[in-house]
Design a protein around this ligand. Structure first.
Ligand SMILES: [Zn+2]
Length: 411
């Protein structure tokens, strides 16, 4: 795998000077980053991604620091869920990130407990059983802890929208918890409506403290003020992460090149965050550090190379970066819609009081799957994102001053 990666990187390096189109150049970075293995946080593969980004930014003339930070590493070693009665049905669960293990095979009756709120557990008896709950309204962790308090031995959360679900508890829960698709959840509810359902559940997971890295690249300006363009470099387990988020990193690298060629008067920082997928640890480490002081604005690129719609948004703390992006989009003739969006690296900056927003394409059928490969990412979709990102960081309105904030939860 390493040889393949080196070969691809060399091929891309050779091809880069000929491609003049911003989208094509950004796409070359996507191939280099996502052409080989997944890049889960705290692995060698993530580190290779970090080194690749640091090397490209150094070549462009940025001053580059690679900043280490600790985070809680998580890995699924084994996960299985099977109905044994009234019929044998194998399901396709995923462990929720930071779920503990079942310590062997857990065999127990399944009980449906609606949304997993405290009142839902007052209505049913889950003592010694496995609780089946629907995603939505409260966080995964709240559902799982409510179930544990009611005596459940484990929790199965089913998606409220079509497709599978990768979720994080954000910290270790009291009992094991897995997710399944909406289709599988509705199938279990059908079975429960007819009579008792017995399940076998196996969850074997690994948790330890590991090190990940942020690449912080600076292009010093003549005037005061500093703005940040960021994208996360890690992927989820089992997914090459071409759109999520080699696309954002590739677009940020290309925008960095454009900004180097025509810099604004203020300081520009381009940051590749590590360990986003498990819980925004890289952006959190930055937003909690001294570096956040004096930062006027942050623009995050996450999943920008697949799907027709391009969105800008944040959790609602401040409109400054959103408005700057909408203005820039009008000037450039790029179609852009504003939406509320959390769950990515702009959120810790919003919490720290820095005006921040994310550019994002929401329609990716291969999200967090092994099918998120470079052939799905389109250079012509990266192109407007590159130009927009550079334009936002050059907008005088983004260096105007600090803002306010509101927290988001994982649910
Ligand atoms: Zn992402």
């Amino acid at each position: 795998m390493r040889i393949l990666w080196l070969f691809l990187a060399a091929a891309v390096a050779a091809a880069t000077p000929v491609a003049e189109d911003a989208g094509e150049r950004a796409y070359a970075h996507v191939v280099a980053l996502a052409g080989a293995a997944p890049r889960p946080a705290g692995t060698e593969a993530e580190r290779r991604g970090v080194d690749y980004v640091a090397a490209r930014l150094r070549e462009m003339g940025y001053r580059v620091e690679v900043v280490a930070f600790p985070f809680p590493y998580f890995e699924t070693l084994k996960v299985g869920l099977e109905v044994t009665s009234p019929a044998r049905i194998a399901l396709n669960p995923r462990a929720l990130v930071y779920s503990p293990s079942t310590e062997g095979v857990l065999a127990a009756p399944l009980v449906f407990a609606a949304l997993g709120r405290p009142e839902d557990f007052r209505a049913v008896d889950v003592q010694g059983r496995v609780a089946l709950v629907q995603r939505g309204e409260i966080t995964f962790l709240e559902k799982v802890e409510n179930a544990a308090r009611a005596g459940a031995r484990a929790v199965v959360v089913y998606n409220h929208e079509p497709g599978p679900l990768v979720g994080t508890l954000t910290r270790r829960s009291s009992v094991p918890a897995v997710t399944i698709s909406r289709e599988e959840g509705l199938r279990l509810r059908d079975l429960l409506a007819q009579g008792p359902v017995l399940v076998l559940l196996v969850v074997d997971t690994w948790l330890e403290t590991r090190t990940s890295h942020n690449v912080v690249a600076t292009l010093a300006g003549r005037d005061g003020g500093r703005v940040l363009l960021g994208a996360h470099v890690d992927s989820v387990e089992g997914s090459p992460g071409a759109n999520d988020n080699a696309s954002g990193v590739g677009a940020a690298l290309e925008a960095a090149r454009l900004l180097r060629a025509q810099p604004p008067p203020w300081t520009v920082e381009v940051v590749a965050f590590g360990a986003e997928e498990l819980g925004l640890f890289g952006s959190e480490a930055y937003a909690r550090s001294e570096r956040v002081r004096g930062l006027r604005a942050m623009l995050n690129l996450d999943m920008v190379g697949v799907g027709p719609r391009l969105l800008v948004g944040n959790t609602g703390s401040d409109r400054r970066v959103v408005e700057a992006a909408l203005d820039a989009a009008r000037r450039l003739g790029v179609r852009l819609e504003a939406r509320r969006m959390g769950a990515s690296d702009h959120v810790p900056f919003e919490r720290a009081g820095v005006p921040a927003a994310m550019l994002h394409r929401p329609d990716d059928p291969n999200y967090h799957s092994p099918e998120d490969t470079p052939d799905k990412v389109r250079p012509d979709l990266l192109d407007p994102v590159v130009r927009l990102a550079a334009a936002v960081l050059r907008s005088p309105s983004v260096v105007a001053g600090p803002g306010t904030l509101q927290p988001t939860a994982f649910r």
